[in-house]
Design a protein around this ligand. Structure first.
Ligand code: GTP
Ligand code: MG
Length: 198
Protein backbone atom coordinates (compact mmCIF):
# COMPACT_ATOMS: atom_id res chain seq x y z
CA UNK A 1 0.00 0.00 0.00
CA UNK A 2 1.14 3.49 -0.76
CA UNK A 3 0.31 6.28 1.65
CA UNK A 4 -0.75 9.24 -0.46
CA UNK A 5 -2.15 11.46 2.27
CA UNK A 6 -1.66 11.74 6.01
CA UNK A 7 -3.22 14.54 8.00
CA UNK A 8 -3.41 15.40 11.65
CA UNK A 9 -7.05 15.49 12.78
CA UNK A 10 -7.28 15.98 16.54
CA UNK A 11 -5.54 15.53 19.89
CA UNK A 12 -7.43 14.91 23.06
CA UNK A 13 -7.38 13.36 26.48
CA UNK A 14 -10.91 11.97 26.34
CA UNK A 15 -11.54 8.74 24.47
CA UNK A 16 -15.18 9.70 23.94
CA UNK A 17 -14.11 12.79 21.98
CA UNK A 18 -12.08 10.89 19.39
CA UNK A 19 -13.35 11.25 15.80
CA UNK A 20 -16.65 9.45 15.38
CA UNK A 21 -16.26 8.50 11.74
CA UNK A 22 -16.52 4.72 11.48
CA UNK A 23 -13.09 4.22 9.88
CA UNK A 24 -10.72 1.41 10.86
CA UNK A 25 -7.94 2.52 13.16
CA UNK A 26 -4.57 1.26 14.37
CA UNK A 27 -2.99 2.52 17.59
CA UNK A 28 0.62 2.65 18.66
CA UNK A 29 1.35 2.03 22.32
CA UNK A 30 4.42 1.13 24.35
CA UNK A 31 6.91 2.52 26.80
CA UNK A 32 7.89 6.16 26.55
CA UNK A 33 10.71 6.70 24.04
CA UNK A 34 10.26 3.30 22.36
CA UNK A 35 9.63 5.04 19.02
CA UNK A 36 5.84 5.19 18.52
CA UNK A 37 5.75 8.68 17.02
CA UNK A 38 8.85 8.04 14.90
CA UNK A 39 7.27 4.92 13.46
CA UNK A 40 4.15 6.87 12.45
CA UNK A 41 6.38 9.37 10.65
CA UNK A 42 8.31 6.58 8.95
CA UNK A 43 5.15 4.83 7.76
CA UNK A 44 3.63 8.05 6.43
CA UNK A 45 6.85 9.44 4.86
CA UNK A 46 6.73 12.54 7.07
CA UNK A 47 9.45 14.00 9.26
CA UNK A 48 7.26 15.76 11.79
CA UNK A 49 3.68 14.60 11.42
CA UNK A 50 3.85 13.05 14.91
CA UNK A 51 6.05 14.95 17.38
CA UNK A 52 9.12 13.03 18.51
CA UNK A 53 11.83 13.70 21.07
CA UNK A 54 14.97 12.19 22.50
CA UNK A 55 13.40 12.73 25.91
CA UNK A 56 10.68 10.35 27.06
CA UNK A 57 7.19 11.69 27.71
CA UNK A 58 6.80 13.71 24.49
CA UNK A 59 3.38 12.46 23.38
CA UNK A 60 0.83 13.26 26.07
CA UNK A 61 -2.50 12.98 24.25
CA UNK A 62 -4.45 10.67 21.95
CA UNK A 63 -3.54 11.88 18.43
CA UNK A 64 -5.54 10.90 15.38
CA UNK A 65 -4.01 10.99 11.90
CA UNK A 66 -6.20 10.25 8.90
CA UNK A 67 -4.49 8.21 6.22
CA UNK A 68 -5.48 8.04 2.55
CA UNK A 69 -8.84 9.56 3.58
CA UNK A 70 -10.06 6.20 4.83
CA UNK A 71 -8.31 4.95 7.95
CA UNK A 72 -6.64 6.29 11.11
CA UNK A 73 -3.26 5.91 12.75
CA UNK A 74 -3.34 6.81 16.45
CA UNK A 75 -0.32 7.99 18.40
CA UNK A 76 -0.64 7.49 22.15
CA UNK A 77 1.39 8.59 25.17
CA UNK A 78 3.93 6.11 26.43
CA UNK A 79 3.62 4.22 29.66
CA UNK A 80 6.32 3.65 32.25
CA UNK A 81 7.76 7.14 32.23
CA UNK A 82 9.14 7.59 35.73
CA UNK A 83 9.48 11.37 35.71
CA UNK A 84 5.84 12.39 35.44
CA UNK A 85 3.91 12.79 38.69
CA UNK A 86 1.77 10.00 40.05
CA UNK A 87 -1.33 12.06 39.35
CA UNK A 88 -0.34 12.60 35.68
CA UNK A 89 0.39 8.89 35.38
CA UNK A 90 -3.06 8.02 36.70
CA UNK A 91 -4.73 10.48 34.33
CA UNK A 92 -2.81 9.06 31.35
CA UNK A 93 -3.64 5.57 32.40
CA UNK A 94 -7.31 6.35 32.65
CA UNK A 95 -7.72 7.83 29.21
CA UNK A 96 -5.54 5.19 27.60
CA UNK A 97 -7.50 2.34 29.15
CA UNK A 98 -10.76 4.13 28.30
CA UNK A 99 -9.54 4.35 24.73
CA UNK A 100 -8.72 0.63 24.50
CA UNK A 101 -11.88 -0.46 26.26
CA UNK A 102 -14.35 1.71 24.36
CA UNK A 103 -12.94 2.36 20.91
CA UNK A 104 -15.05 0.28 18.55
CA UNK A 105 -13.13 1.40 15.46
CA UNK A 106 -9.87 0.01 16.85
CA UNK A 107 -8.83 -2.85 14.59
CA UNK A 108 -5.40 -3.57 16.00
CA UNK A 109 -3.11 -2.17 18.68
CA UNK A 110 0.60 -2.26 17.94
CA UNK A 111 2.59 -2.77 21.12
CA UNK A 112 6.08 -1.42 20.55
CA UNK A 113 9.07 -3.03 22.22
CA UNK A 114 12.70 -1.86 22.00
CA UNK A 115 14.43 -4.80 20.32
CA UNK A 116 17.60 -4.24 22.34
CA UNK A 117 16.00 -4.86 25.71
CA UNK A 118 15.14 -7.99 27.63
CA UNK A 119 11.41 -8.48 28.19
CA UNK A 120 10.21 -5.85 30.66
CA UNK A 121 7.57 -6.59 33.26
CA UNK A 122 5.55 -3.50 32.34
CA UNK A 123 5.25 -4.60 28.69
CA UNK A 124 4.29 -8.15 29.60
CA UNK A 125 1.65 -6.76 31.97
CA UNK A 126 0.34 -4.48 29.25
CA UNK A 127 0.08 -7.34 26.77
CA UNK A 128 -1.82 -9.35 29.37
CA UNK A 129 -4.12 -6.40 29.93
CA UNK A 130 -4.90 -6.20 26.20
CA UNK A 131 -5.56 -9.93 26.15
CA UNK A 132 -7.96 -9.67 29.08
CA UNK A 133 -9.68 -6.64 27.53
CA UNK A 134 -10.08 -8.56 24.25
CA UNK A 135 -8.14 -6.01 22.21
CA UNK A 136 -6.48 -7.50 19.11
CA UNK A 137 -2.80 -6.61 19.04
CA UNK A 138 0.55 -7.26 17.38
CA UNK A 139 4.05 -6.69 18.70
CA UNK A 140 6.45 -4.36 16.90
CA UNK A 141 10.13 -4.58 17.78
CA UNK A 142 11.66 -1.13 17.22
CA UNK A 143 15.11 0.36 16.65
CA UNK A 144 16.40 -2.68 14.74
CA UNK A 145 19.10 -0.47 13.19
CA UNK A 146 20.76 -0.37 16.61
CA UNK A 147 21.69 -4.07 16.61
CA UNK A 148 22.75 -6.66 14.02
CA UNK A 149 20.31 -9.02 12.29
CA UNK A 150 21.54 -12.10 14.15
CA UNK A 151 21.23 -10.43 17.53
CA UNK A 152 17.78 -9.18 16.52
CA UNK A 153 16.61 -12.72 15.80
CA UNK A 154 18.09 -13.95 19.08
CA UNK A 155 16.34 -11.20 21.02
CA UNK A 156 13.00 -11.92 19.34
CA UNK A 157 13.40 -15.64 20.16
CA UNK A 158 14.18 -14.77 23.79
CA UNK A 159 11.16 -12.48 23.88
CA UNK A 160 8.94 -15.22 22.53
CA UNK A 161 10.06 -17.51 25.35
CA UNK A 162 9.12 -14.88 27.91
CA UNK A 163 5.71 -14.36 26.32
CA UNK A 164 5.02 -18.09 26.37
CA UNK A 165 6.23 -18.33 29.98
CA UNK A 166 3.85 -15.49 30.74
CA UNK A 167 0.86 -17.68 29.90
CA UNK A 168 0.36 -17.06 26.17
CA UNK A 169 -0.15 -20.10 23.98
CA UNK A 170 1.70 -18.58 21.08
CA UNK A 171 3.74 -15.57 20.22
CA UNK A 172 1.47 -12.85 18.84
CA UNK A 173 2.12 -11.74 15.28
CA UNK A 174 5.17 -9.51 15.29
CA UNK A 175 7.21 -7.18 13.11
CA UNK A 176 10.78 -5.90 13.25
CA UNK A 177 11.17 -2.23 12.35
CA UNK A 178 13.55 0.67 12.19
CA UNK A 179 12.32 4.20 11.72
CA UNK A 180 15.86 5.18 10.76
CA UNK A 181 16.32 2.84 7.81
CA UNK A 182 12.73 1.87 6.96
CA UNK A 183 12.97 -1.79 7.99
CA UNK A 184 9.51 -3.32 8.33
CA UNK A 185 7.64 -0.57 6.53
CA UNK A 186 6.35 -2.69 3.67
CA UNK A 187 5.36 -5.60 5.93
CA UNK A 188 3.40 -3.35 8.26
CA UNK A 189 1.64 -1.45 5.51
CA UNK A 190 0.76 -4.70 3.76
CA UNK A 191 -0.62 -6.09 7.02
CA UNK A 192 -2.81 -3.00 7.50
CA UNK A 193 -3.89 -3.00 3.86
CA UNK A 194 -4.99 -6.63 4.02
CA UNK A 195 -7.18 -5.91 7.05
CA UNK A 196 -8.62 -2.74 5.52
CA UNK A 197 -9.44 -4.56 2.30
CA UNK A 198 -11.11 -7.27 4.42
P1 GTP B 1 6.86 9.21 23.84
O1 GTP B 1 5.98 10.03 22.97
O2 GTP B 1 7.70 10.03 24.76
O3 GTP B 1 6.14 8.12 24.56
O4 GTP B 1 7.98 8.48 22.91
P2 GTP B 1 7.79 7.70 21.52
O5 GTP B 1 7.57 6.26 21.79
O6 GTP B 1 6.81 8.39 20.65
O7 GTP B 1 9.27 7.84 20.90
P3 GTP B 1 9.78 8.83 19.75
O8 GTP B 1 9.24 8.41 18.44
O9 GTP B 1 9.58 10.23 20.19
O10 GTP B 1 11.34 8.44 19.72
C1 GTP B 1 12.15 8.51 20.88
C2 GTP B 1 13.60 8.60 20.46
O11 GTP B 1 14.02 7.39 19.84
C3 GTP B 1 13.91 9.71 19.46
O12 GTP B 1 15.16 10.27 19.77
C4 GTP B 1 13.95 8.98 18.13
O13 GTP B 1 14.78 9.61 17.18
C5 GTP B 1 14.54 7.64 18.54
N1 GTP B 1 14.09 6.55 17.65
C6 GTP B 1 12.82 6.18 17.41
N2 GTP B 1 12.76 5.15 16.56
C7 GTP B 1 14.03 4.86 16.23
C8 GTP B 1 14.63 3.87 15.39
O14 GTP B 1 13.99 3.04 14.74
N3 GTP B 1 16.00 3.87 15.32
C9 GTP B 1 16.77 4.75 16.01
N4 GTP B 1 18.09 4.64 15.89
N5 GTP B 1 16.24 5.68 16.83
C10 GTP B 1 14.89 5.75 16.93
MG1 MG C 1 5.49 9.89 21.06
Amino acid sequence: MKITSAEFIISNSDASKCPNEPLPEYAFIGRSNVGKSSLINMLTNHKNLAKTSGKPGKTQLINHFKINQNWFLVDLPGYGYARVSKKTKETFQKFITDYFETREQLVCAFVLIDIRLEAQKIDLEFINYLGEAGVPFCIIFTKADKIGKVKAQQNVAAYKKKVLANGWEEMPQHFITSSSDGTGKESLLTFIDQINEG
